[in-house]
Design a protein around this ligand. Sequence first.
Ligand code: PEP
Ligand code: MG
Length: 551
Amino acid sequence: MTLLQGKGVSKGVTSGPICFFQRPGNDIAKVSVSDIEAEKARIREAQEKSMAQLEALADKAREETGEDTAILFETHAMFVEDDDYVDTILSTLEDEECCAEYAVKVAGEQFSAMMAAMEDEYLRARAADIKDVTRCILNNLMGIADGGIDSDVPVILAADDLAPSETLQLDKSKILGFITQGGSGNSHTAILARTMGIPAICALGDSLTKEYEGRVAYIDGAAGTVTLDPDEQALAAYEEKARKQAELRALMDEMRGKEDVTLDGREMMVYCNIGSPDDVPAVLQNDGQGIGLFRSEFLYLAASDYPSEDEQFKAYKKVAEAMGGKRVVIRTLDIGADKQVAYFNLQKEENPAMGVRAIRICLNRPEVFRTQLRALYRASAYGKVAIMFPMITSVWEVRECKKACQAVMTELDAEGIPYNRDTEIGIMVETPASVFIADALAKEVDFFSVGTNDLTQYTLACDRQASDLGRFFDPHHPAELRALKIAADAAHAAGIWIGICGELGADLSLLETFLAIGIDELSVSPSSVLPLRAKIRQTTAGTCTAELLDC
Ligand code: PEP
Ligand code: MG
C-alpha cells in the first residue's frame, strides 16, 4: 500500500484511475533530424487535425455562445494555413534541421513576438491568437488530448497545479477528483472542485509522481490522503466513508425546498458562487437561493481576444434568466495577479497581488469597463442582476465606478435599450483599507460582500497561493473576524446588507460567529448549500453573541 499525504481542500471520497493533466511544456527540446520530408508530413497532418478541431469548436460555439466566438475559432482555423506563419515554420525546420515540434514552437514564438511588436493595436492583439493556434498544432503533434485529459473513462485528474484558464477548458464530465502537487485551499483548482462538489487534495509535493499514471487511487478530500493498492483495512475504511457519504447525500436531499432560517427565526440568504453559466445547473440542483458571486473573468480567460459586448450580454442574460428572478450578483472583471490574460498585455510585476489588478485595470481602461457595464445593464432587463466591483480600497474608486455606470445608463436610454435603472451596486470588501473606511463606503453602495480569500491574504500578509504557510495562514485569525465585524456594523449603520463570498463563508464551524457578527448572506459553492442550510436550521441565532469574537 502507498499512502500520499496532502492537504484536503474539497471534501468527499472517490476512487478511479489517476490521469495526469497534459499540456505542451515550454521545454520542447531541439532534436536534430535527417528526414525533413517526414517532419513536413507530420506538420501537415497536425495542421489538418487542428483545422478540423477548430472548425468543430466554431460549430459548437455558434450553438452555445454565439457568433463572435464562432468567428474567432474560424479565424484560428484559417490561421493554421496562413502563408507567412507556415513559411516561418517550414524555414525553421529546414534551416535548423530539427524535429517538427521544435520548428512549430520556435516559429510560433517568433511570429507572435513579431505581432506583439506591431504598431497597430488590432494586429498586436493577434499575438495571443498565434499562441493559441501554435498550442493546438503542438497538441496534435505530441498526441496531447484536447482539454488535457487523455481518457475515455472518468479519472482522478493529477497536475502540478492548474491555471484558471486551464480549469475552464477541462472536460468536467471526465473528472472524479483532483490531486495536485502544489496549490492551496484558495487555488482555482480547489475552488473549481468545491463548485463541482468533488474531492480535491493539493500540496502533495513530489510524492505525486508521473509513475502513478493509470493506477487506481482512493482519495479522501477531508483527510487529504491518496491511497494506492490499499490493504484490507484501508479499503474497508474507504468503503465505510463512501457509504456514509451516500447516506449524507440522501439526508441533504431532504433539505431541498426548505428555508434558510435559524430555530429562532433569523433568516440567512444562502447563495452560490459560480465561475461560468455552466455552473448554474449545480446551483439549481442544490437549491441555492441566488448567486452571490459570478466571477465574470471566465469570459476573458477562456477567450483569446476581448469578449464583445454581445457575447458578454448573452452569457449574463442566460444566467439571469435561468435564475428566474433570484438575485444574481455579477462581479466585474477581476484579472491580474494569478489570473493572467495574454491579450491584455499586462506589465510583468514583481508583486502582482498588489499590482494593477481587478478594478484598477477597469478604471485604467475605460473602454474595457464600458463594454462590460453595457453588457451587464442590458442583462439587467432579464432578471435580478446586481453589479459588484472587486478590490476596492478608496471611496473615489467607487464614485468613478458609479459614474461609469451612470454614463452607460445614459447611453442605453438614448439608444432605447431596456435595462433595470435600480440595478443594485455593491463592492467586495477584500482589502484592509476597505474595512477601515467601511463606514464611508457603505454610504455609496447597496451591499457589501466580503472576499475573505483576499482579505485574509492582505490582512495576514500571507500569499493565498502559497502551499507552505501552514499555521501562519489562519482564516479564523481574530483580525479577520474583527474586520468582518467592523464591515458588518458599518453596513448595517448605513442600512445595507452584507454577505461573505470568500471560501470562509462555507466554514460551518464559523456559522455561529457569522450570526453573531450580523452577516446577512453567505455565498458558497453549490455543493455547500444544503449542509449549510442543515446547520442554519439547527442553530439558535439569539445565543450567538459577540463573545465568539474574543481572541
Ligand atoms: C475573495 O477574494 O474572497 C473572492 C471571493 O474573490 P476571488 O477568490 O475570486 O479573488
Ligand atoms: Mg478576491
